[in-house]
Ligand binder design. Structure first.
Ligand SMILES: *Cc1c(COP(=O)(O)O)cnc(C)c1O
Length: 449
């Protein structure tokens, strides 16, 4: 297991700063930490913990901020929310109601998008390893676009489409060999990454796509990585290479109808400077606008991250030899980002008194039998005796979606807050569901009892 997270030198943002940066949060002097008009203590009392809590208002605000920035830059653009960031049907429906389409990477995500009411005509299918079954479903649903990541995949899709008497609209995902300077596990646009085809090989392959039965090439797609916070340089470099490619394709007489600009826009988990939608829209405009083509965006984290939090209880406050440990009832199986990417998440006490109490450092950990099950070390937090509630912030993206049942821990409940209402949008998994589907063959001892 990875070693514990390193201690950081510069001071963490205060509780007040964390709340001020997240408009759906507030600290009520009587009720403590609130999401919109609902005290988190009320949700914990009704639903238990750990529980994911999403703000519908924040989801809507962010969807509008993104579409507004693209429109404000004079771009003809469509936004296809990357479903993998958060697959909750309630989240998908809120975003669909804002006019967003979907970017999916599996059969399950395609079915979820459809179940949430997103029409096939607004769905893009990305991913480096689409199975035959997934391609068939995409063809049957006549989705907007399938992003092709290799010549081999194009051949397979062509054969299936021709066999089904369908025409697949395809975009060629190119690998621009640009370093997004994000975490190595989530960079996707360098030549050594598995994603897309080398941009130098794209003109020949695009021409082949145009000649293949059952395929209609409609554009070029690029996605260089996730949690990009280093400014617009990487985006500009990638889009400039795409613009050159599109110009070359057109010179060959090949049709290009649109450009898929991918996702990856980062968010400030701590207090890191993060690019705005306006900056991204400006980068797109500066590099691609002259081509006069509609653009597509596939944001996941930027939309769904900040609106979600993980509400947890302190199981025990343990004074170790050198540290204070807050052991939560949430763990790395719920929110894996700290263990997997060394990610920093804001942690707020929920109680009104705790939000004002004196602070001292604590290591916040889960109960899973891994040293990596550590959310943070040395974080300034108040005294939080067993039963106290805490909120791990900005957990709406790659939170519930990446959960597992490691240690036979059921998947946590999910709640949507909208103004003064809240509802459970996914039941807490019960232990019977964890055992369901398991079988003991009769040749294993006498274990059947
Ligand atoms: C993961 C992914 C996205 C979304 O990335 P975010 O960093 O969440 O915005 C978009 N497009 C593709 C192809 C992806 O794989």
């Amino acid at each position: 297991m990875a070693s514990p997270l390193p201690l950081s030198a510069d001071p963490d943002p205060s509780f007040a700063e964390l709340i001020a940066g997240r408009p759906h949060l507030s600290a009520d002097p009587a009720s403590g930490l609130m999401v919109e008009e609902i005290p988190l203590a009320r949700i914990a009392a009704a639903v238990g913990t750990p529980t994911w809590v999403y703000s519908a208002g924040a989801l809507r605000r962010r969807a509008r901020a993104l579409t507004g920035a693209l429109g404000g830059a004079g771009l003809t653009a469509s936004v296809h929310y990357a479903v993998k960031a958060n697959t909750s049907l309630a989240v998908l429906r809120v975003l669909a109601d804002e006019g967003l389409g979907a970017d999916v990477v599996s059969e399950g995500e395609l079915l979820a998008a459809r179940a949430a009411g997103i029409p096939g005509s607004a769905i893009v299918f990305s991913g480096v390893g689409k199975t035959e079954r997934e391609m068939r479903l995409a063809l049957a649903e006549d989705i907007l676009q399938i992003n092709i990541e290799s010549a081999e995949e194009a051949e397979a899709l062509s054969a299936l489409a021709a066999g089904m008497g369908r025409t697949a609209r395809v975009a060629l995902r190119v690998n621009p060999d640009v370093d997004a300077r994000t975490h190595a596990k989530i960079t996707t646009g360098k030549s050594e990454n598995k994603f897309g085809v080398a941009i130098d090989e794209a003109p020949a392959l695009y021409a082949r796509l145009a000649a293949m039965p059952g395929l209609k090439p409609v554009g070029v797609a690029v996605h260089i990585g996730s949690q990009i916070t280093t400014g617009m340089a990487a985006y500009r470099a990638a889009y400039a290479r795409v613009a050159e490619l599109v110009t070359a394709l057109r010179a060959q007489g090949l049709p290009v109808e649109r450009i898929d600009c991918g996702g990856g826009l980062g968010i400030p988990y701590r207090d890191e400077p993060a690019p705005t939608p306006e900056a991204l829209a400006g980068a797109i405009k500066g590099t691609l606008h002259n081509l006069g083509l509609p653009v597509m965006l596939e944001p996941g984290r930027w939309i769904a991250g900040p609106p979600g939090l993980l509400l947890a209880s302190v199981v025990i406050q343990k004074r170790g030899a050198s540290s204070r440990f807050l052991v939560l009832d949430a763990a790395m199986n719920d929110l894996v980002r700290p263990a997997m990417y060394d990610a920093w998440h804001g942690i707020l006490p929920v109680g009104a008194t705790a939000l004002q109490a004196p602070l001292s450092p604590a290591d916040v950990v889960g109960p899973v039998c891994e040293t990596g099950d550590t959310f943070t070390r040395g974080r300034d937090l108040p005294d939080l005796p067993a039963g106290s509630l805490v909120a791990l912030l900005d957990a709406g993206a790659y939170g519930a979606a990446m959960s597992s049942t490691y240690n036979m821990r059921p998947l946590a409940a999910e709640v949507m807050v909208d103004g003064a209402r809240f509802a459970v949008v996914r039941d807490r998994q019960d232990h019977a569901a964890l055992l369901a589907g398991q079988r003991l063959p009769d040749w294993i001892g006498n274990a059947a009892g």
